[in-house]
Ligand binder design. Sequence first.
Ligand SMILES: NC(=O)c1ccc[n+]([C@@H]2O[C@H](COP(=O)([O-])OP(=O)(O)OC[C@H]3O[C@@H](n4cnc5c(N)ncnc54)[C@H](OP(=O)(O)O)[C@@H]3O)[C@@H](O)[C@H]2O)c1
Length: 477
Amino acid sequence: MKSLSLTIFGITSNLAQIKLIPALYDMAEKGLLPENIEILGNARTPMSKDEFAHYIENVLHSPNIHHTHPVKPEIVKKLLSKFHYISGHLDDPSFYAGLAKILRLNRSADKIFYLATYPELYHHIFENLQKVGLNKQTKGFVRMMIEKPVGNDLKSAKELNQLLLTYFEENQIYRLDHYLGKETLQNILTFRFSNGIFEPLINKDYINHIQITAAEDFGIGARGGYYDQVGALKDVGQNHQLQMLAFATMDAPSEFSSRAVTAQRIKILQDLIPFPTKAVFGQYEGYHQEKNVDPNSNTDTFYALKTYIQNDRFKDVPIYIRAGKKLAQTVTEISIIFKNPANRLLKHLDCSDEPNVLIYRIQPNEGIVLKILTKIPWHENKLQPEYMQYCYRVDPHSHYIPDPYERLIADTIRGDQTFFNDAKEVEAQWAFTDPLASTRKKPYIYKPGSWGPKEADELIEKDGRAWLEPSMDFCRI
Ligand SMILES: NC(=O)c1ccc[n+]([C@@H]2O[C@H](COP(=O)([O-])OP(=O)(O)OC[C@H]3O[C@@H](n4cnc5c(N)ncnc54)[C@H](OP(=O)(O)O)[C@@H]3O)[C@@H](O)[C@H]2O)c1
């Protein structure tokens, strides 16, 4: 039987430890890992078969916020039977001859390569895979999984896309932004386009403004070396938050296909207008004391910005986006704030000017929630805001939400690129982000546990609006 190989370059990486190995375990547990798969892990350190097995077991048993359920010995055994280790330097051409030999011996016709390693090594990998013929789809498919960020600005993203296309076809390239693999994001498409009643309201006639928040109540941890070079805008703004915006505002795709869905996401990203004067950058107090951070660093750990989508549907609808570390709460959500009708009933009562808000809660308390006004049951009219809610984890639902990496690896095996970025998409994201990033000034310092610098509040308050305090009152487990 011809087999499928998944080669992970960087099997000892942080990414492999916190995401990929746990995701492969989960796939094995659910029977989603094809029987004929061989998983090859590569890094530089020599490891015997036993040492490698020990490493994988340790990873699975180490405390991991992303993988909280129990690890079953029989599943670990099954997974280990598929895993092999091949040590070698990715900048050493002789390594690839050995890799090709193993893949030939395994009769691996279908091949997936996963880049969980440094971008500086990519050109060695592509060039050397080509030299040993491993980029050719002669007897089966060859797919390349590549992590965000693709480049660190528009120029470098274009160069990397060009480099990839020198060795692979676009339909072989799977650019990952794990937000695209999130169940809570994908469900926005179903909510909007499989129901008839909401979509007619998603436009400038009904929407006052949109807010997108991605807040974490923790700092950069041990990732100082990486984070200090990148900052919040490039770490989550250029990718995750723009994807959230695209899902919430894109037009209906003509069909549920990779081509049609991606085309609509790209249109939104290309229509976004960057306003460098409407961006605020912050840094949490104490950031300079973090490990591997330059003591004079001006890196942003927070940003807030205002933008517009330049299309008829959202003409003049402001969009406010913020993200940051060491903020008051860990929460990611999109809020669509609707206009109040002029003839609203009971206008004189308290709360009567509370707008309806549609909230896509990505995490935690995952759900889709509509904030509405209701009458408090009693003999007189009194109003109160309430939530109509669909919750993923609350009775009557108790859905297991697959980790995005599990979903995206399975999609790559199936050859479904719907929830991966194509070259144009990544370039549109950078075209929006570059003008903001290049005009970044010294960040405002904010207190850990706050919602960022006061200048971020002023950004939205100038427009007579305020940031919504994300509610934990709905979809509570
Ligand atoms: N970490 C995350 O949470 C995260 C999130 C999103 C995206 N990413 C992306 O994922 C990729 C990996 O990031 P990371 O932070 O997880 O990396 P990392 O922890 O620094 O690991 C780098 C990996 O590359 C291997 N490596 C380094 N030089 C090598 C060489 N010359 N030959 C062979 N192997 C070599 C290392 O293995 P040895 O040192 O053992 O040889 C290690 O396995 C990057 O593209 C990053 O942008 C990471």
